[in-house]
Design a protein around this ligand. Sequence first.
Ligand code: PSU
Ligand code: MN
Length: 304
Amino acid sequence: MSGERYLDFSKEVKAALEQDRPVVALESTIIAHGMPYPENLEVAREVENIIREYGVVPATIAIIGGKIKIGLTKKELEFLATSKEVLKASRRDLSIIIAKRLTASTTVAATMVGAYLAGIQVFVTGGIGGVHRGVEKTFDVSADLQELARTPVAVVCSGAKAILDLCLTLEYLETMGVPVLGFGTEEFPAFYCRESGLKVDYTVNNAAEAAEVIRTKWDLGLKGGIVIANPIPGKFALPKDYMDRIIEESLKEAEKAGIKGKALTPFLLNKINELGEGKSLKANIELVKNNALVGAKIAYELKS
Ligand code: PSU
Ligand code: MN
């Protein structure tokens, strides 16, 4: 029995896939747990439209009533953006949430699973999860990294969240055999900032070059995903020392409040948005929009 029976496609996505037209997957945890209302809903819609305007079909993925939805209706998007009852599903949660007919947003890992089952090759998000700071005490490594090692979906992002240990995140990806491509940059971007001080091993200069690497990897039979690390546009980037201070403060508050496990990332993102007085949220929004355009271009190239 195959996983496809758990999928439920929107009309738009179904038609595109049937006609072998390019489709870009989008995650929903950023909507349900990563940004406040109403910005979350506005961004979710805008990002979909950026992809459509490029002639590519967006497929936002979430689990609703136990079905893996590939492409959401307006109502479903609104529900995810406003309801307090939406769970957060990563790989390990998928079977439980589906079997119990629950509703959850999907993380990068779970969205990759959904995209792969649906036959979608490109996925756009803000930042992937990674190795958390203080990992030697907490063992907290996002399941996103394991997923990138095993599931063949290309992920366009602005690096990993700056709340993480970016150096260890890159080490982990190297160990797991995940290619990391700088999109027009030689540095691994640090989400809100263009620079992290960490180099990527390879740079691609445009979507066609990225598509060529993706195609080659899969043609070679190498399993797993690829990270396309696309820096935030310069005019929206935030100063590194400003962000470092806010992140430090947020990490301290998380520790004080004893936040652990899957609640940690949403807690930190919330705190950063609070302390960043809207500046970090604005940066987050702009980088996701920029990633959407790059993702659409890569999806298009992959079908050319
Ligand atoms: N990056 C963002 N916003 C988010 C996340 C990442 O800009 O909301 C979410 C993604 O869904 C990612 C998840 O997969 O956080 C990682 O959570 P964890 O660290 O619990 O694996
Ligand atoms: Mn974690």
